[in-house]
Design a protein around this ligand. Sequence first.
Ligand code: SOE
Length: 381
Amino acid sequence: MKELRVGLIGCGFMGRTHSNAHRRVNNFFQLGRKSVLKAICDTNAEKAQAFAETWGYERVETDWRKLMEAEDIDLIDICTPNFAHAEIAIAAAKAGKMIICEKPLARSVAEVEPMVEAVEAAGVPNLVSFNYRRVPAITLAKQLIDEGRIGKVFHFRANFLQDWTISADVPQGGDALWRLDVKAAGSGVTGDLLAHNIDTALYLNGAITRVVAKTETFVKERLHTETGKVEPVGIDDACLFIAEFANGSLGLFEATRYARGHKALKTFEVNGADGSLKFDLEEMEYLDYFQYKGTESHVRGWQRIHVTNGEHPYMGRYWVPGLVIGYEHSFVNALADFIESLETGKKVQPDFRCGLQTQKVCEAVLTSAKTGAWVETGVTL
Ligand code: SOE
């Protein structure tokens, strides 16, 4: 079988989710290519060596540029902090490598645009890792919407709530806490959490045309692990925004790292004339569906679809009906779609151009939070 020889950059949490996907994908999906873990790259050699042993990489690099020159690498998988995405992705495209990049694509629209130009000029397959699209219940929601089951949409509302930065003693910066450092991350919850919800919204409900937002930074200064000094916090700790969609519906979004008790409460609800859909990541094997059209009123009510049947998206690849899969499988499913697209030639989404649309919404949100005014996103789908 043909091989897909992988060079993965970044040994953090996302490096693990992607490595696991590469290890598992050919166990569950019959594909034309086999993912092979050739090289792992991290600036920390010791960490990379341990990671290579855990996940089964053939070799270790500490300079990502080596992977661009390497003839035995087909795919660059970018799992670094956001600040490094653009430079690596552009170099990879120029070297003719396929690219999978963690979300958000980069820190700003200005950084993302040349990434899109580079992959399109090189004609290399590319994917942004908005993994939640491949949670079977979310893919099923898309299917039900496309089948016209909820009719004209009026509302889309989504949350992503966490609570891990409430303590002012949590420092910013460095390997573990770069998400709190604006230089490394670009923004706070907007790029980290809302980007997921925006991607889900674009996928399910189409283009967001304009937004008005409010952000807050509750802890104004934190110790920076790299400088050893207490420094101003430049990220948004919480962000709320209202959106208008091109289809005439209204959106309401909230993300925060200050919702005590919530670790990863990613939810959405879509309300249409003929029905509604509801999802909660904490019970990710379910999709709630209210069917209005075609039901008699005395039996009308919310139904919980246990998304584990063979005919549900991706589920035929796993166990038997009734048995669940988890968070990590969303990455496996995305990788399977990517590898399949290499054989069929059918573009896989969300590609870099699609990731740019999410970035545009994020940037419009952050601009609006500064000015207090409505901001056009310029999104085209
Ligand atoms: C932040 O805590 C985070 O790990 C995000 O960076 C991920 O993208 C999200 O899926 C879970 O939360």
